[in-house]
Ligand binder design. Structure first.
Ligand code: SF4
Length: 280
């Protein structure tokens, strides 16, 4: 993609940026909370949870001072509660260092912060030159390139396109091209600012399928371990649960419930007393 592709993306994207609340702040804590929530949850479900979380914990120190149980209770409904534990531990790390990390290397030390989240913080909180590769951008780059990309190739392609000094706007606009136009199914190529630069344009096999960073469709939720774990975590948010009640509550047999409970205890997401289970 040439620099004219950059201009076209920015010209298309800036006037119609999706109005997402975390786009109105540069507060690194608020951005971190949004990015962790968005890791496995769609934006419309994240929005009310993001407001509620920041109401309760407007700063990293306020979250660090809370009990993990309270943080997990607030997380209820978002799923993948390990993210809440990571966020809580990250808040404690930030307090311990008495500063929010602001380099790629330091951000990557925070629990639950990988290459994507670290770069998102650099670009969206600190407005540093950092190319973000989320699933939307990874899909766009694979299609524009016309082939499946490795993780290294997709990051290299993203880095090469980044207009210096305009990282915040560029990443947001390219994300929106992916989310609004270059959708997984039925991309709207005729409206796309990249159509003149794109190798695929819906002709032949989709190069985004199996390309690095492009999320696959989630496994079935109904009947899954995730569903059973979610049911237990939801019940625990209301209070302690008698151990013997857990299998029925989780909708599974005793052996499966035991295995899932052991895993949750191992992850530090619940504790077991004499005869009850509760949040930490
Ligand atoms: S032209 Fe079509 S396939 Fe190519 S980037 Fe745009 S929407 Fe995606």
């Amino acid at each position: 993609m040439s620099t004219s592709g950059q201009t076209e993306v920015l010209q298309w994207g800036l006037p119609r940026l999706r109005d997402l609340p975390w786009r109105h702040t540069r507060d690194p804590w608020a951005i971190l909370v949004s990015e962790v929530m968005l890791q496995q949850t769609q934006a419309p479900r994240v929005i009310p949870k993001w407001f509620a979380f920041l109401d309760a914990y407007p700063t990293a120190p306020s979250c660090a001072a809370a009990s993990l149980g309270d943080v997990l209770r607030l997380w209820q409904g978002l799923g993948y509660p390990r993210r809440a534990k990571n966020l809580h531990t990250a808040a404690q790390e930030i307090v311990r260092h008495d500063a929010f990390p602001s380099t790629l290397e330091d951000l990557l030390q925070l629990p639950g912060v990988g290459q994507y989240t670290a770069r998102a913080l650099l670009a969206f909180a600190f407005e540093c030159d950092a190319a973000v590769v989320d699933t939307n951008i990874a899909r766009v780059l694979a299609r524009v390139s016309g082939r499946r990309l490795t993780a290294r190739e997709v990051q290299t392609a993203a880095d090469a396109l980044l207009p210096p000094g305009n990282s915040w706007a560029w990443n947001q606009c390219l994300m929106d091209v992916g989310a609004v136009l270059c959708r997984p199914l039925a991309p709207r190529c005729h409206e796309c600012p990249l159509r003149e630069h794109c190798s695929w344009r819906r002709e032949g096999e989709d190069p985004a399928a199996g390309s690095a960073g492009v999320s696959r469709s989630q496994a079935r939720f109904e009947g899954s371990d995730r569903q059973a774990r979610g049911r237990l975590m939801k019940a625990l948010a209301q209070g302690a649960v008698p151990f013997d009640d857990a299998p029925a509550l989780m909708g599974c047999d005793v052996a499966r419930a035991d295995r899932l409970i052991a895993a949750l205890i191992g992850e530090g997401l619940l504790t077991r007393g004499c005869s009850t289970l509760s949040l930490p």
